[in-house]
Design a protein around this ligand. Sequence first.
Ligand code: NAP
Length: 313
Amino acid sequence: MYKSVIIGTGPAGLTAAIYLARANLKPLVIEGPQPGGQLTTTTEVENFPGFVDGIMGPELMDNMRKQAERFGADFRMGWVNSIEFGERPFKLNVEGLGEIVTDTVILSTGATAKYLGIPGEEENVGRGVSTCATCDGFFFRNKEIVVVGGGDSALEEANFLTRFASKVTLIHRRNELRASKIMQDRARANDKIEWALNRTPLEVVADEQGVTGIKVRNNETGNEEIIEARGIFVAIGHHPNTEFLGGKITTDPNGYIMTTPGTTETNIQGVFACGDVQDTRYRQAITAAGSGCMAAMDAEKYIESLEHGEVVL
Ligand code: NAP
């Protein structure tokens, strides 16, 4: 029996783990298939305060994990199939760990990369289609690459991929980019990046060896064209990992968990949410970490009132 179980180990979950462990509440932290979360698929993090020269994403996450372990957080690999929210304490059905019983649950399961959903894409994942430049960029040394998307992720990936590629073409469905000015300026200054704006991706084209290009529609002329590339990196955002909640936790229409404004409380007392799984606005490592701290403090307060018999369910 645990006082608190944290699901997910991105900056939100790990910060919650540091706070709860330091409060001597010995949280169980369940790590999913991508320990460390999205930051383990990025390169250098330049905007996390405290690192003058930046820090590599995986190193930052590794440090946070060690910090939580130092105070007694219990890390286990597992996959949460379902949670019985109707009973107290809560019962979690976890593949790899069995049944776990806990007073509070902190949901920090983050978000997963979206795909375009166009013909040829799914069957070519691993044959040229990727959502992770840091993982797969290396395979495209001196090859032409396409990055799809107009946000910070797309521009960051495009910049990073110019280390390997002979050329990177950025395809975006509109003329205006969504990315921040600094990322735009950096990409514009990179002469290995070409721009294919106002183009809608239609189909991934491939042969027996893998991807050869992507068919797009030019939204100005209506013409279809093929942009040749051996690698297609899709960077069009993420969707929240909330399917396992079985609809018991209130979400917005896109699946993001809704919390009481100014807190991390969900619609069920004793269940808290932090990080990208509940954030449609900021989605930064530092805001995720901040909300993880809030969730830990909310959970701590709830556990205290539970122990004093003050909770009315
Ligand atoms: P995002 O800001 O939501 O941008 C997604 C991009 O993909 C948009 O340009 C969107 O086009 C495009 N898109 C979405 N669905 C598409 C589809 N089906 N077909 C074609 N294009 C599609 O996502 P993100 O870039 O992953 O960034 C998420 C958050 O993380 C942001 O808050 C960002 O600031 C942050 N981030 C920060 C950094 C950094 O500070 N270094 C790095 C990476 C990410 P439209 O513009 O037309 O909607």
